[in-house]
Design a protein around this ligand. Sequence first.
Ligand SMILES: Cc1cc2nc3c(=O)[nH]c(=O)nc-3n(C[C@H](O)[C@H](O)[C@H](O)COP(=O)(O)O)c2cc1C
Length: 340
Amino acid sequence: MQNNLAELLNRNLNIGQKTIANRLVMAPMSYLGHVAFRELLAHFGGYGLLFTEMCSAKRIPTENPQTSAFFRWRETELPRLVCQIVGNDPDKMVVAAKRIQAEGFFGVDINFGCATGTICSHSGGAAVLKNPALAHQIVASVREAVTLPLFVKFRTGWQDDPQHAAMLAQRFETAGADALTFHPRVAPDRRLRPAKWPYIKMVKEAVNIPVFGNGDVFTGDDCLRMLQTTGCDGVAIGRLGIAQPWVFAAWTGGLTVKPELYRDTALYLVKLLERYFDETQALRRFQRFAYYFSANFRYGHTLFTRIRAAADLQRVIGVIERFFQTPPELSSRPNMNFFI
Ligand SMILES: Cc1cc2nc3c(=O)[nH]c(=O)nc-3n(C[C@H](O)[C@H](O)[C@H](O)COP(=O)(O)O)c2cc1C
């Protein structure tokens, strides 16, 4: 399976005027896909692209990349980094996209997928899908303003209707999107039911631009099945990429996962977080990471509970070192909903 998967993933893909070297990308993850975590991902490599966590379009014009918690990057990552923006005002989205282009990012991604209460209550993210004409206008306005690759990430919508999702995909393509990331879930669904992969096939068949399938890829077999059964052009990985930041290198580059990798990776992330964030921000971000990382282990809830209770990063390091004194039993398939 592994060779077959690597062969499928390690193929160039044209997106707008640019090309990526492989088809496995890290999905945008708020409070998780920050500059420190992306440095960890870069340490392993193996991905075609990384996406930033969502950035409020309204805030981008005034953010200082030296100090911003979310609009911050390393120069070396820009050639493979897409900045995701969220908002519902076409003019503000345009201003944000222009800055993203001027800063030298690979591309800009419009978030029509986020279904959390805070984002939707401000009528951003998936809430925009309730108004397809507005969604179209946002994509078209950004397209007119910038030449860099333009991505749209979206969900099935607010009704469980794949035809509607295919219609949305066509509208985004007509409006000028260069690639789509599609997560086949309705907006109120909080990932408790499986993603409906057959809908990815329908979206893929509805358009001529590349489609990245997304949702519930937790093993190499899942990834292969998604590619083969949906015909999608690439795969965007969310939670597994957080739990196993080396997964890109493992699936596209043949990295062998040694048992000590788990402990070493967690400790390395602590160091990176300390470099970019103050103690409180770093601790909060590590605790979010720990939720997904702990899902790698059969008894990971004990690790997560201890990390969540830790008052500072020094104590977090102690928890990690104690947990790995006896090699922990791995789950065959990380259970990402283990606390729900
Ligand atoms: C904690 C968390 C944060 C997320 N943040 C974002 C985000 O900032 N932008 C976005 O478009 N999607 C976001 N998502 C959705 C993911 O990108 C992805 O679509 C979803 O997790 C399904 O993929 P997976 O099954 O591989 O995790 C987030 C998901 C989670 C669990």
